[in-house]
Design a protein around this ligand. Structure first.
Ligand SMILES: [Zn+2]
Length: 359
């Protein structure tokens, strides 16, 4: 009977008594109030804590999964850019940091581009991943944003950006800063094509990204509690040596001060985006029809700031609301300087005799 005592009993006892310990990453502490939530519930709630409504940071993939219809989307290829042209090294090689971030995130760089349906409407979206070197804007990220916007223009569909960034990528120096004007020009291309560009500012959106494309949306939406700023609160506080107001540079504060259009709970975000895209694309179709001579606005009565407006007037203002066009430049020489194309530079005129300041 020894085997019953030695083998079977312990087994039965172990089955009955062993409590299975939850895995180490089973719980997540709420950064807002400190309560614990289990990760599965949290994931189902789109990383919004039930305790106090704190919106946790999402990865680019989680973001797009919750955004597109049925969670399905087509990933667009990341554009190729030179890697580490400055051969930068601080504590570690920049190339090593890149390798680590790629392995940890499964992304090529900080921006994930995708095509898919939003409420049945075709859209292009880009999501920045804060895990990839702080979502920093380097050449690869800049090029991805531009590629995404050009893709939206080519396919005649809206572009939606989920911004999350610590700013420019210092390992790429001036080449990183160059992405600010480059992406701004790409936004202008969307505008010329009359395509909606909607920005969702998530926690945190800071630095060079807020100084360029992330603040140029037709509609600026922010998630609750998101830090949105150029220079962070700590830097400002140390510089001016004054106590900053409560909630300074948070989404709600910026909304109250007219910096953004709305603060939207994550659970209502997708539906809101779908509605905005629907309205803007329908308005765009109306304006296009107006340009062709048929005037669908003729029979529609409009409202501006709550007051009813004569449809005729609305139609006229829609027609007159032309974008200021930049000088048309072909896509392939978007970034070639004027002087290279053999044109005279208006700034470099020879000095006029007798004019002040000429020797
Ligand atoms: Zn909480």
């Amino acid at each position: 009977m020894n085997w019953i005592n030695n083998v079977v009993r312990p087994k039965i006892r172990s089955l009955l008594t062993t409590r299975r310990e939850p895995p180490d990453d089973f719980w997540k502490k709420c950064p807002g109030c400190g309560q614990m939530s289990d990760r599965r519930t949290l994931e189902e709630a789109q990383l919004v804590f039930a305790c106090c409504g704190h919106h946790d940071r999402m990865t680019a993939e989680q973001r797009l999964k919750h955004f597109f219809d049925g969670g399905s989307y087509t990933r667009l290829p990341s554009p190729h850019v030179p890697v580490d042209p400055l051969k930068f090294r601080d504590g570690r090689r920049y190339t090593d940091r890149l390798k680590d971030s790629k392995a940890a995130t499964g992304l090529e760089d900080a921006v994930l581009l995708a095509d898919g349906k939003l409420g049945g409407q075709s859209v292009t979206a880009a999501a920045q991943d804060f895990r990839f070197m702080g979502g920093s804007l380097g050449m690869a990220a800049g090029e991805a944003i531009i590629t995404g916007m050009m893709h939206a223009v080519a396919k005649n569909q809206p572009f939606i950006l989920f911004a999350a960034s610590g700013g420019a990528r210092m390992q790429e120096g001036i080449l990183s800063l160059m992405q600010m004007p480059r992406t701004t020009i790409a936004v202008q291309k969307l505008r010329e094509a009359r395509l909606p560009y909607i920005v969702v500012l998530t926690d945190p959106t800071t630095g060079g990204v807020t100084a360029s494309y992330a603040m140029l949306g037709d509609i600026q939406i922010a998630e609750p509690g998101a830090l949105i700023c150029f220079a962070g609160p700590r830097v400002i506080q140390q510089t001016i040596r004054e106590q900053l107001p409560e909630g300074f540079q948070r989404a709600e504060y910026l909304f109250e001060h007219g910096m953004i259009d709305m603060v939207m709970h994550r659970h209502k975000l997708t539906e809101t985006l779908a509605r905005i895209v629907g309205i803007l694309m329908a308005g765009r179709a109306k304006i296009a029809a107006t340009a062709k001579g048929t005037d669908p606005l003729k029979h529609v009565n409009g409202h501006v700031n709550g007051a009813s407006v004569d449809a005729k007037l609305l139609g006229t203002s829609a027609r007159d609301a032309e974008t200021v066009h930049a000088e048309p430049v072909a896509d392939e020489d978007r970034f070639v300087t004027q002087s290279k194309k053999g044109r005279t530079d208006p700034v470099a005129k020879p000095p006029v005799k007798g004019a002040p300041n000429t020797p």
